[in-house]
Design a protein around this ligand. Structure first.
Ligand SMILES: Cc1cc2nc3c(=O)[nH]c(=O)nc-3n(C[C@H](O)[C@H](O)[C@H](O)COP(=O)(O)O)c2cc1C
Length: 347
């Protein structure tokens, strides 16, 4: 599919997608600005309660009547509640002391209900549902289809892309290893294939439309992805430094002052591999891998600490998700960034 036909499918003007960024970075203003400029904004809904997701989608709708999308995590049966959390709690205690909060206690909360979130999405005015960490259950695919949503899955290898194609999705995101945030794949091996190699190979392996993600920061990058066989590009890190992105100033500062080699994959914050800027908490926990619980338990255990760090604007204890393209981050509003991306793409 050409970029023009992808734009037709999604009813957008430019093949530029603002990536979903769950965990606080996304705001309705950020999502709406990308859509309003003729690209497409996605809201990362995975950590939002159904009520909050409904409120945010309504807010996006009030800001733009252009198409937008929602992103959810594929529902999984979590590993059993850890029988011993002492090591994980001990490892986090010094950081809690530094932030003057109590040592964490692991709750039994497994996160939001996917079914309730999906019910909100079906009725939200969104026109696309993207998802990550696997294949959607058939019942969810069916419900989304009946609601007229375009279905977009995430692959980090050609094998995952083929499985997504067989499952009946419309579009595949090829997420290269440069990408900021969680690795969206579902192979046990966590393949670390760069965007350039991945996009070309997935585009050759499947007959579906491909969206490239990972390390793309400007319109030249979007063009390069299209040259490789993608029909559009999805950018996350590029939007994190916009004023509309809801992250602490110290996080934005860390993006502006870090080099590409200062990001790496870690399980420290959530128990699942994600790329972020190296900080003291990441270094300390990565040095004691046995003290990191599996997802979603580590995510749950570190949440109060990360919230307190955000309140205190302290980047030492935040998950500073960012991709390897961060040296090209710009200080522009989301509308200005979109205008620059479009100009560079068309140059
Ligand atoms: C802060 C942050 C949060 C993210 N959250 C999600 C998410 O909730 N769902 C998802 O599919 N991808 C998520 N991603 C990954 C993006 O969708 C996308 O693959 C990635 O940002 C592309 O790489 P780039 O950051 O180099 O542009 C996140 C990325 C970042 C930086």
């Amino acid at each position: 599919m050409t970029p023009a036909s992808l734009c037709q499918l999604l009813a957008i003007e430019y093949p530029i997608i603002k990536a979903p960024m769950a965990g606080g970075a996304d705001s309705p203003a950020l999502v709406a600005a990308a859509s309003e400029a003729g690209g497409m904004g996605f809201i990362g809904g995975a950590y939002l309660s159904p009520q909050q997701l409904a409120t945010d989608c309504a807010a996006i709708r009030s800001l733009t009547d252009k198409p937008f999308g929602v992103n959810l995590f594929v529902p999984e049966t979590p590993p059993a509640y850890p029988s011993n959390t002492r090591g994980a709690v001990t490892a986090l205690t010094p950081f809690c002391q530094a932030l003057a909060i109590p040592a964490p206690v692991l709750s039994h909360d497994q996160g939001q209900s996917f079914d309730q979130q999906l019910a909100v999405v079906l009725d939200s005015g969104a026109s696309a549902l993207s998802f990550t960490f696997g294949l959607l259950p058939e019942s969810a695919m069916l419900a989304a289809r009946q609601a007229g949503l375009t279905l977009i899955g995430t692959a980090t290898s050609t094998e995952e892309a083929c499985l997504l194609e067989q499952s009946g999705v419309d579009i595949i995101i090829a997420q290269g290893s440069e990408a900021g945030g969680h690795r969206g794949g579902f192979s046990n091996s966590n393949p670390m294939i760069g965007t350039l190699a991945l996009v070309a190979q997935i585009s050759a392996a499947v007959s579906l439309t491909v969206i490239a993600a990972g390390g793309i920061m400007n319109g030249q990058g979007v063009r390069a992805a299209i040259q490789l066989g993608a029909s559009a590009a999805q950018l996350g890190t590029a939007f994190l430094t916009c004023p509309e992105a809801n992250i602490p100033a110290s996080y934005k500062q860390a993006i502006f002052s870090s080099k590409a080699e200062q990001t790496r994959l870690t399980r420290a914050f959530s128990g699942r591999y994600a790329r972020g800027i190296i900080n003291p908490m990441m270094e300390a926990l990565d040095a004691q891998p046995d003290a990191i619980l599996p997802f979603p338990w580590q995510n749950s255990l570190t949440r109060p600490l990360r919230s307190a760090a955000a309140q205190a604007n302290n980047a030492d204890y935040l998950s500073l998700w960012a991709g390897q393209g961060l040296e090209l981050a710009r200080q522009l509003s989301a509308a200005q960034l979109m205008a620059a991306l479009i100009e560079e793409l068309n140059a």
